[in-house]
Design a protein around this ligand. Structure first.
Ligand SMILES: [Zn+2]
Length: 231
């Protein structure tokens, strides 16, 4: 007799639909608020089993008593919330009047992510550059979209590409650059135990890739932001 978990039936449905559900993929079309509550209950049970297997006494250790539920909630609502939430709504404003903005825009976005290999924290900053096209979105939306992409299990290379793709889709611009600088818990807390694991990735699309002047302006802008940014 095997109990049927909701997570199992959703998994079966995604497989039947040909839906990819890797750690960095968004599955929000399968997870309503109500379903999420049930999934948190099921994940709590599973984390309890993990703690038991680790020989941690969750009956008498007061600090471990609510840990399984805290972990389940943290995964769904915080560190992997970008998998279960829908894409942030980014209202676009027209930018094709006589005084349309035709320069470069560079937005600095703080990121918290998690590596999909070890589930260790990744912490850093993304610089998102764009040449304005026919639409503009609110400045905070760049960061919201970047954070939505980051709050999953990711690899930094994959994250940079995800952000570039989503920003292109939200703005309609073909000319986008994304530069990410981040430190990785999986290099600092385990493995090589490096004190500084700063990793940089750059994804360039359109003129950011083909026009050396645009690329240089983007990199110069990043340098200016870094000189200015409070550390
Ligand atoms: Zn890792």
């Amino acid at each position: 007799m095997t109990e049927k978990y909701l997570a199992h039936s959703i998994r079966e449905k995604m497989i039947a639909d040909g839906k990819r559900f890797w750690a960095g993929d968004n599955v929000s079309e399968y997870v309503t608020e109500e379903i999420k509550h049930k999934l948190i209950d099921e994940a709590t049970e599973a984390f309890e089993l993990v703690l038991d297997r680790l020989l941690i006494d969750r009956d008498t250790d007061p600090n471990s008593q609510g840990t399984a539920r805290r972990l389940a909630k943290m995964y769904f609502n915080e560190i992997m919330s970008g998998r279960y939430e829908q894409k942030p709504d980014a209202t676009a404003f027209p930018n094709h009047t006589d005084d349309a903005y035709d320069g470069m825009l560079v937005v600095r976005s703080e990121l918290k992510s998690m590596c999909s290999h070890h589930h260790q924290p990744v912490s850093g900053v993304a610089y998102i550059g764009i040449l304005a096209a026919d639409k503009l979105i609110g400045l905070s939306k760049y960061t919201r979209i970047a954070q939505w992409c980051a709050r999953r299990g990711t690899l930094q290379e994959e994250l940079a590409m995800d952000i570039a793709r989503e920003i292109m889709e939200a703005t309609g611009s073909k000319d986008v650059g994304v530069y990410i600088q981040a430190v990785h818990g999986c290099c600092e807390n385990r493995g090589i135990m490096a004190h500084s694991s700063l990793t940089q990735t750059t994804v360039l699309k359109g003129l950011f890739k083909t026009d050396p002047g645009v690329k240089k302006e983007f990199m110069d802008n990043i340098k200016l932001q870094q000189d200015f940014a409070p550390r």
